[in-house]
Design a protein around this ligand. Structure first.
Ligand code: PAF
Length: 275
């Protein structure tokens, strides 16, 4: 993979990179399209990274659909595909980790201790292997995007992080590989995440700016869906992931909830137009 990627940059072509854990859906495919639109050559990785899963999480049952993924990437015209084995990425004795302090304990990091250390470590390794000019991530993982922007900035990495919009099903459910775990009843219940965000956006449109009040509105929507259990509902600065008292300067509204055993996340960026 290193040799193939170095060859691309040696001949002066721009290299785009889409790191994934496979089980590709339209969200991932939109990242591949964005890379192809912007870069001469597009590389994709598929690696279910054990380091970012907690001991009680879904590593073993995480969907693995390599043949289908490969066919989709071929159809789309991705140029390079990297599918390392766990032993290749983490040979016995590996002892180095990358931790973006502070940010890694916020939002999903608070609920999933060690998660962002696992993400930052694998992405730093993948960036060193691929050395892309641009790397594409989805806005659905808004906290991950903040952690990775900081990683690249703090370690002076020569890669531009591009964050692409959330892709939704026609009824609004944010695309996620974990949606595959949902029964049809849970699939309906899962719509409550986006509904709670839309309710907050509507309140902002009606002039509400106070984050505490907006959070209450969002939490209430989740509480009214008996099939969902709230993990967090937060209104934060999209880069620092710190709570903001009001949304006058724009903010990230992020929600995480369990539907059955499946933990789902969603978010919107609200902008408060002056009234
Ligand atoms: O967003 C994901 O799929 C993963 O967290 C990533 C960035 C591929 C790292 O394993």
């Amino acid at each position: 993979m290193k040799a193939a990627c170095r060859q691309v940059t040696r001949i002066g072509k721009t290299l785009g990179f889409v790191p994934t854990m496979g089980a590709l859906h339209e969200g991932h495919l939109s990242l591949v399209r964005a890379s192809k639109a912007r870069c001469d050559v597009t590389a994709v990785s598929i690696f279910v990274n054990p380091l970012q899963f907690g001991p009680a999480e879904d590593l073993d049952k995480y969907p693995r659909t390599m043949e289908r993924d490969t066919a989709l990437l071929e159809q789309l015209g991705a140029d390079l595909l990297f599918t390392p084995a766990v032993e290749e990425m983490y040979p016995a004795g590996a002892q180095t980790y990358v931790l973006v302090e502070g940010l890694s304990n916020k939002l999903d990091g608070a609920s999933r201790p060690g998660h962002f250390r696992g993400v930052a470590t694998v992405v730093a390794k993948l960036f060193e292997i691929v050395r892309p000019d641009f790397a594409f991530f989805g806005q659905k993982d808004a906290a991950q995007a903040a952690v990775l922007r900081k990683l690249v900035n703090d370690l002076d990495m020569d890669v531009e992080v591009v964050v692409c919009p959330i892709v939704r099903e026609s009824d609004g459910l944010a695309m996620s590989s974990r949606n595959a775990y949902l029964t049809s009843e849970q699939r309906q219940q899962a719509l409550v995440l986006y509904r709670s965000l839309l309710r907050v956006q509507a309140a902002v449109d009606h002039g509400e700016r106070d984050s505490a009040k907006l959070i209450e509105i969002g939490k209430q929507v989740i509480a009214n869906e008996s099939g969902a259990k709230l993990d967090y509902f937060a209104i934060v600065d999209p880069d620092a992931l710190e709570l903001v008292a009001d949304v006058s300067c724009g903010a990230l509204v992020a929600v995480a909830a369990y539907v059955g055993a499946t933990r789902l996340i969603d978010n919107i960026l609200v902008t408060a137009s002056s009234r």
